[in-house]
Every structure is written in C-alpha cells, then in structure tokens.
Design a protein around this ligand. Structure first.
Ligand code: SAM
Ligand code: SF4
Ligand code: SF4
Length: 378
C-alpha cells in the first residue's frame, strides 16, 4: 500500500503550496536584505476557545491569559489592517489555537479574507455548520487536523463524543463536494494533516485508509511536539513501534518525518543560511486573538516578541516600525547563534532554500528545493 503525503507528488495538478513557495522565492530575489512592505502571509488566530481537548495540545495553557476574561479578535480592527496591507500579501491563514470555527464572527471574517487574497482555514472541521457554502467554496485551501480514523480513537484523543467522528466525516465530504464543483482553473487544495500522538500512532494505517477514501488532496504526517513543556511527544519505544509499523505497512514518508522532529543534530544542520529571511524579509505576520502581532511562530506565545497590537495602533505604525526592526534583529541573532526552537518552527528550512533559490535561474530550481516543511501551511 502506498500513501500520498505532502512530500510526494500530489495527485491533483495544482499544488497551491508549491505555487506560493515559488512566488515567495521570486519575490525574495529582488532585494535580499529588504523588509517587505507587507507580510507575505498573514496568520489570524481569532479566538482562544476550542470545541475539543486534544490530548497532545497545550493551547489551554498557552491561552490561559486570553480565556479569562475572554479576548477575541476585533473584526473592525482586522478590517482596518486589511485596508492597509499591500498586494504583496499573497495569503491569509486562519488558525488557532483555539479552534477558529468557535469564533462567533467566523463567517464575516472569512468573507473579509477571501475578498483580499487566497485564504486557508486550519480547523478540526468538527463544527463548520455555521460557515456558509459560499464562504467555504471561496477558500483556496483547507487544512484539516486529523487525529483519528475511527470513533473510539477519536474520543480518546479529543474527549468528544464518538458520534462527532461521523460528523467530521460529513463535514469533510461537504468540503470535497464544494471543491469538486468549482471550475478546473480555480486552485483549491484540501490538506489532511495527521497529528501523530501517543493515543493514535498504533492506528496510523487505519487513519491513512480513512483519508484515502475521503478524497483529500494530500496527507501530511506530523509528529506532535512538546510545546509549552507539556510532555506529549512519542517515547523512544513508541517511536520504534511506529517505525516498525511504517516499514511493515510501507508508509513511505514517515521515516523522513520521524527524523525531522526528533533528531536535534539533523535539525541543527538545517540552520545553514546566513540569516533567517523569514523574519528579516517579513514573510509572516501572526495576529493573535488579543491583537498582538508576531513574526516568528515559536516566539508568538510570548509578548516580549510582539511587534505591536492592532487594537491600539494602526497597521502602518506596526509593520516596518523601529520596534519591528528591533525584534527582527533579536530573532535573527537567535537564528545565527543556532538557538531557535526548531521543533516549533515551520519556516527555518525556507531560509536555506531561499539562498539556493537566489542562485537558481528558473522555476524548476525552486521547485526542486520545495519540501513539505517549506510550505507555510503545514
Ligand atoms: C493549535 S491548532 C489550531 C487550529 C485547530 N484547532 C486545529 O486543531 O486544526 C494549530 C495546529 O497545531 C497542531 N498542534 C496542536 N498541538 C500540537 C502539538 N503538540 N504538536 C504539533 N502540532 C500541534 C494542531 O493539530 C493544528 O494542526
Ligand atoms: S489541536 Fe486544535 S482542536 Fe485540538 S485541542 Fe488544540 S486547538 Fe483544539
Ligand atoms: S524560529 Fe528561528 S528560524 Fe524559525 S522563524 Fe523564528 S527566527 Fe526564523
């Protein structure tokens, strides 16, 4: 049995992440030292609330200060930001944690985002009922966090009732049918991101079989990490078990993933570029539910790294400000000293690819450098 994964060729012609990656390298070739006039990708975290309690997720701890009193994204403030960002922003990613579909104004937020540029939604897709067909169909990509391929495991991981597993399946079929109704030239992509944790790793083959049957465009396998110092990563014996299962079942991409996040020597060797272009060129802005703006994923839980707040400042006083430049310099210093928390970073690999990509002459060179971890949406 062979399984698709983000590291292998997608079975649909259009892979949005590759398209965006190539564009990003092209944009970055212009002036390597310059901070972009706008973030390439804006990630929005609308709410700290969640409909689930996944055993591996530490969002409750991370968001304790956002939950009481409840701090959620102000829709007018985000509208304000959108009025001031430039066309060099290519994508919006609505995520969490929390769970974005718990945000009361999710429908209005989606409508605002899809007007502006390609928009993706990272969700467990358990409660998308309040999102209209029109808004769902207007999305460019769907990132579905998958935790189980059967009812019992679903309940063990999430603590939600078993029947919710069936509801997720119904919701995903709805997404698939909306995707399939669109004209061929409309790029849309459904990524199933499998979170492999202590509660589900033994059922990996069942999860992959379940996903094959649903018609997703690609499957990304992701081992969970110990964020916020909560001990959730697979123990060494469990990793060995998983490797044995993967080799028995011929799950081709698993080995790469296993190395990627668990071997510090291998990940440290990825710190090869002369700087972290992700932050120095401003590829990324994360706006959290409290309005704080960050430029680097692992640092986005700590206010000392915030470059400003959209609730108290207009966007032009945040992006490109002295504060922004100071934060970039400090983060870049962490990078060049090899001190980044790479297990929490989705972007470090891009830095090396960008340096190689700058020397390349055509799109093929860049595409060769594309790996699943370079995709900003994984
Ligand atoms: C925090 S969630 C928010 C969005 C939404 N609630 C969901 O689950 O898709 C963002 C992504 O981080 C993943 N995640 C959560 N805890 C993780 C962990 N310990 N290690 C790796 N990824 C994790 C989630 O599964 C999800 O794909
Ligand atoms: S992974 Fe997503 S759905 Fe699960 S508890 Fe965390 S934020 Fe909620
Ligand atoms: S963790 Fe390091 S490599 Fe990743 S974005 Fe932040 S500074 Fe760059």
């Amino acid at each position: 049995m062979q399984h698709l994964s983000a590291s292998m060729e997608p079975f649909k012609g259009n892979d949005l992440r590759k398209v965006l990656f190539v564009e990003k390298v092209r944009a970055a070739r212009g002036d390597i030292k310059k901070l972009g006039e706008s973030p390439y990708l804006v990630e929005i975290i609308p709410t700290p609330r969640c409909n689930s309690r996944c055993s591996f997720c530490s969002y409750r701890k991370r968001n304790a200060h956002h939950r009481t009193p409840l701090r959620e994204l102000s829709l007018p403030k985000i509208e304000n930001v959108f009025q001031h960002i430039s066309p060099s922003t290519k994508g919006i990613f609505i995520s969490g944690g929390g769970e974005p579909t718990c945000y009361e104004h999710i429908e209005e937020l989606l409508q605002l985002c899809v007007e502006l540029c390609d928009t993706g939604l990272c969700s467990n897709y358990a409660d998308i009922d309040k999102v209209s067909d029109a808004s769902l169909a207007a999305l460019a990509f769907y990132e579905w966090s998958v935790v189980a391929g059967d009812r019992v495991t679903y309940t063990t991981v999430t603590t939600r009732m078993q029947k919710m597993f069936d509801r997720v399946g119904v919701n995903i079929r709805r997404v698939v049918s909306l995707r399939d109704m669109l004209p061929q030239n409309h790029i849309q992509y459904l990524i199933a991101k499998v979170l492999i944790c202590r509660d589900n790793y033994k059922t990996i083959s069942r999860i992959l079989g379940y996903l094959d049957a649903l018609g997703v465009d690609s499957i990304a396998l992701r081992l969970v990490n110990n964020y916020e110092d909560i001990d959730v990563e697979l123990r060494s014996g469990q990793l060995e078990d998983l490797k044995a299962i993967s080799s028995r079942e011929q799950i081709t991409s698993l080995e790469h993933k296993l190395c990627h996040h668990t071997d510090p020597e291998k990940t440290n060797r990825l710190l090869l570029a002369s700087e972290c272009y992700t932050v120095t060129q401003g590829h990324f802005a994360i706006i959290d539910c409290d309005g704080e703006v960050y430029v680097c994923v692992p640092s986005s839980t700590d206010r000392q790294w915030s470059i400003g707040n959209i609730n108290v400042q207009p966007w032009h006083e945040i992006w490109g400000s002295e504060r922004h430049k100071d934060v970039v310099e400090a983060l870049n210093c962490t990078y060049t000293k090899g001190n980044c928390k790479l297990s929490g970073c989705r972007h470090f690999n891009f830095n090396c690819a960008l340096e190689r990509g700058r020397k390349g002459k055509d799109q093929d060179v860049c595409l060769k450098d594309f790996q699943e971890m370079l995709g900003a949406f994984i």
